[in-house]
Design a binder for this molecule. Structure first.
Ligand SMILES: [Cu+2]
Length: 471
């Protein structure tokens, strides 16, 4: 809701700067409503209130911005402003975003629509909005200094163009871009096809999210904007596991997932239990002859990938970035590997100096998932999450594709954990254990568990590197 209280919300320091030049309330009343979203939960798909029909998308932990129709033009109102975003229960970040959240709301239109977007700047510095991937008049491209003047604090600008190409797109500032994107300013733009399209299939569920990353010191809430690569919170739509909502579908649903990458490194997105094809990018639909099956697709920086599959295997399927450091939260990377190093003596000595010190890593890092290490306020554990069988030991870019035969069409609610049919879960072996036959290969002999027999020693030629025909 647009109110005076919201107008100044979270922006006490810049109130003076904003009010001096701000658009009057009378003028703002003529603008489309600047809808606000207070919740970080996934909102139900927003059916179009006017214009050509389409099957709306579901923005993971996000929402779609309502529009108003004004003489055949779809009008939206984005407000660039400081926001408080919950990254996962237990941690809130002071970010910049649009209309109350980071990322901003998804904008959904139809191919051929004339679109008018009002952008009000309530940040403490100038901004602009670039409509990534769109065909539009050059002066609507949103590159401050190059194609337009920057939008100063308190000013409202208007962009207008025809959404010419159907597909998956993004929007983000093109002014002090490093700062503003590191602070969380970005959003998705979906242009649905006008009627049937030969390369764009109709689907039952259409999910979308952006890959973004923050570097927030433990105990603080504001991102370090100068970080280039060593981020510690790898997010989908400014959320990290276990704060990312699950993707809940009905068995045999055709599912589309649109992923855009606005971080500064690539993310190989991996789906368990199903193969998919990349059916489109921000360049448009992929010709059918150029599609091949994958279970992982790399989404490089500044790219979008649109994947599709039939969810025909029931279960709780992991869906995650395949870079293992990207499924961790708030980790330091300067920790030495301590696997196999007895630390007990060391820990006792350090504890005298640092009472909360905890030795870790002697048997791997899995204990991080369960230990109750004291954390600063507003900090997430590095690896966390409880599943039906124990700790999931994940963080960051991780969620779950939940496929159920009894999920109702249009029902996006979480069905709970999968109930596995009897005998279909990996289990501890309780039968006889016979000793495995030791391999005679070179590798098998490289680290023998017992001394070779004299006969074997005699058969080996001096200087031989092992291999075949030695016996
Ligand atoms: Cu990644």
């Amino acid at each position: 809701m647009f109110s005076r209280r919201n107008f100044f919300r979270g922006a006490g320091a810049l109130t003076a700067a904003v009010s001096a030049t701000s658009v009057s309330r009378v003028a703002l009343a003529a603008l489309p409503e600047a809808h606000q979203q207070a919740s970080p939960d996934t909102q139900l798909p927003l059916a179009p209130s006017a214009g050509r029909p389409y099957h709306p998308v579901v923005t993971l932990n996000g929402w779609t911005l309502p529009f108003r129709m004004n003489k055949g033009v779809k009008e939206f109102h984005l407000v660039a402003e400081p926001v408080l975003r919950e990254l996962a229960p237990g941690m809130k970040a002071r970010l910049w975003g649009y209309n109350g959240q980071s990322p901003g709301p998804t904008i959904e239109v139809v191919e051929g629509d004339r679109v008018r977007i009002f952008v009000t700047n309530r940040l403490p510095e100038h901004t602009s909005v670039h409509w990534h991937g769109q065909r539009l008049p050059n002066g609507m491209d949103g590159v401050s200094g190059l194609t337009q003047k920057a939008i100063q604090p308190g000013q409202t600008y208007v962009y207008e163009f025809v959404a010419r190409r159907p597909g998956s797109f993004m929007y983000h500032p093109h002014a002090d871009e490093m700062t503003q994107m590191a602070m969380g300013m970005m959003g998705l733009w979906i242009t649905h096809p006008k009627g049937r399209h030969p390369l764009i299939d109709e689907v039952d569920r259409d999910f979308c999210f952006l890959l973004n990353a923050f570097d927030i010191d433990p105990g603080s809430a504001t991102p370090r904007i100068m970080t280039m690569l060593d981020f510690n919170l790898w997010c989908w739509n400014s959320r990290v596991f276990p704060g990312i909502d699950t993707l809940n579908v009905r068995r045999n649903d055709k599912v589309r997932i649109r992923v855009g990458n606005l971080t500064m490194t690539n993310h190989p997105i991996h789906v368990h239990g199903h193969e998919f094809t990349v059916t489109g990018t921000d360049g448009g639909p992929v010709p059918k002859t150029a599609r091949w099956p994958e279970v992982t697709t790399d989404v490089a920086v500044g790219q979008m990938r649109q994947i599709e599959f039939v969810a025909d295997e029931e279960g709780d399927w992991a869906l995650h970035c395949h870079k293992s450091h990207h499924t961790m939260n708030a980790m330091g990377h300067q920790v030495p590997t301590m696997i196999g190093v007895p630390q007990q003596d060391l820990a006792e000595k350090i504890e005298k100096l640092v009472p909360d010190y905890m030795a870790m890593g002697e048997r791997g890092m899995a204990e991080m998932g369960s230990m109750q290490m004291p954390l600063p306020d507003n900090t997430l554990p590095m690896m966390t999450g409880d599943g039906p069988f124990g700790g999931v030991e994940m963080g960051g870019m991780f969620s779950i594709l939940k496929v159920r035969r009894d999920q109702k069409p249009g029902d996006y609610s979480d069905p709970g954990w999968y109930q596995h049919p009897p005998g279909t879960v990996a289990r501890q072996w309780s039968g006889d254990l016979t000793e495995a036959v030791r391999s005679n290969s070179a590798g098998g002999q490289a680290m023998p568990r017992k001394a070779p027999s004299e006969a074997e020693l005699r058969a080996r030629k001096p200087g031989s590197h092992g291999g075949h025909g030695e016996h």
